[in-house]
Design a protein around this ligand. Structure first.
Ligand SMILES: [Fe+2]
Length: 425
């Protein structure tokens, strides 16, 4: 692939994150300012906003129609925009520490009731107790404006593809990044509480049986993403030096099991800020495609087939205004590479190849530091990871991940409540 870190658009460098003036609605009166929080947005819209002479940047919904509050100057800036620039790919919210001043004591009180083996248990009842109380903690301590935004994220088509919440306090003592780090961290589950609690506000957190293994804890709900020396060249979440190209996780599993949203929690950011989660927003990609390729990939399926797997899908689905893409990373370990795995008519395969190549040219990068959460809507964006230089000294990049959808697997009888582990494969 032709994409490297140099092509990654850094949201941080283009759009400095503004400090918020968020208030915890339950404890403090809101907003001294008309706008309850500042956002950093990865779009020209943000340039327009920040370039005004307003003394503060207003909270802005992702579309003109959804502006939560907007000064007159903002309104003027927004009306000058072309429609296609309306919705940013990423909206960032920074939580000020003072609004979470009592969180730690509340967490200690609640977590004292959790089972001692929470990090490693696969007992559904124990996991549900954790999910329920993490949900309550997150709702109690996040500002109401943020809770409302999270509740809209999966359901409102005008919400952005990605939401970043920065500044959450996590575990004070962290073990070195590396094997079994989550087990070594057990007894203190603050990051998992935020990740699962926020995920539960967005929808239903769940996992696939496929993900069982040593890097998964909390009843498989939380997956640890970090690199190890033996995987340095691996094209996967476990590698570091190679690009993990744009893809959509588990699009092949069907609607009830599809991870609609991926939640990432930053435990340690890459110290050089090279290791980022990449995303390509679907509407931006769609607009760059040849209409003939769109037509072909909406009507002809691609089959991905290897020695132990085979599945087919239309590469492009969804509406014109909210198109969906089914993009696979054919270079994952054991998959076999594009030429060996992708099957279909020569025209459709060539069109799919063009989609992947174009997707790689419009990536945006999100660096996650300690206590930063990224929610990524897989119906609105594909994702990947930029290459970075790991040192394997215990201080490399470490993220946690969970999957979120609306719990259709229970209604479909695929698993019984309260199990959150669905049978794939
Ligand atoms: Fe992925």
């Amino acid at each position: 692939m032709s994409v490297g870190s140099a092509m990654v658009v850094s949201i941080q460098s283009l759009h400095p994150v503004s400090l918020c003036s968020l208030s915890k609605a339950t404890e403090r009166p809101v907003p001294k300012l008309l706008n309850p929080f500042f956002l950093s947005q990865s779009s020209p819209l943000h340039h327009s906003l920040t370039s005004t002479s307003a003394s503060h940047v207003s909270t802005l919904g992702p579309t003109r129609g959804r502006a939560i509050s907007m000064s007159l100057q903002m309104e003027e800036a927004a009306t000058e925009l072309e429609p296609e620039l309306d919705i940013p790919s990423v909206v960032e919210i920074t939580i000020p520490p003072e609004s979470l001043a009592g969180f730690e004591a509340d967490y200690e009180r609640v977590s004292a009731t959790w089972p001692a083996d929470l990090a490693t248990t696969v007992d559904d009842a124990k996991i549900e107790q954790f999910v329920s109380s993490a949900h309550a903690l997150a709702r109690r301590w996040l500002p109401q404006e943020v809770v409302s935004r999270l509740e809209a994220f999966i359901f409102d088509p005008n919400e952005p593809a990605a939401l970043v919440i920065r500044g959450l306090p996590i575990d004070k003592e962290l073990p070195p990044t590396g094997l079994d780090c989550h087990v070594k961290k057990s007894g203190s589950c603050v990051s998992e509480t935020w990740l699962v609690g926020i995920g539960r506000i967005v929808g239903q957190v769940f996992t696939l049986k496929y993900l069982r293994g040593s890097r998964t804890g909390m009843g498989l709900l939380v997956r640890e993403l970090y690199t190890t020396p033996d995987k340095v060249e691996s094209i996967s979440a476990e590698g570091s030096r190679q690009l993990l190209d744009m893809h959509v996780d588990f699009f092949q599993v069907g609607p009830e099991l599809f991870p609609n949203v991926i939640g990432f929690m930053g435990i340690r950011g890459d110290r050089n800020k090279e290791g980022k989660t990449l995303l390509t927003e679907n509407r931006k990609l769609y607009r760059m495609l040849d209409p003939a390729d769109i037509e072909l990939l909406r009507t002809e399926k691609i089959t991905w087939g290897g020695a132990v797997f085979s599945f087919s899908a239309h590469v492009i689905e969804g509406s014109e205004s909210n198109p969906r893409f089914n993009i696979f990373e054919e270079n994952l370990p054991g998959v076999g590479g594009f030429e060996n795995v992708v099957k279909g008519s020569p025209e459709a395969v060539a069109a799919y190849k063009r989609v992947k190549a174009i997707a790689a040219t419009i990536v945006e990068g999100v660096w996650l530091g300690t206590g930063d959460v990224l929610l990524l809507n897989q119906k609105k964006a594909s994702h990947g990871r930029s290459p970075y230089a790991a040192k394997y000294d215990g201080y490399d990049r470490w993220l946690q991940r969970t999957y979120i959808n609306t719990g259709g697997f229970w209604q479909a009888g695929i698993v019984q409540w309260p199990s959150r582990t669905v049978p794939y494969p």
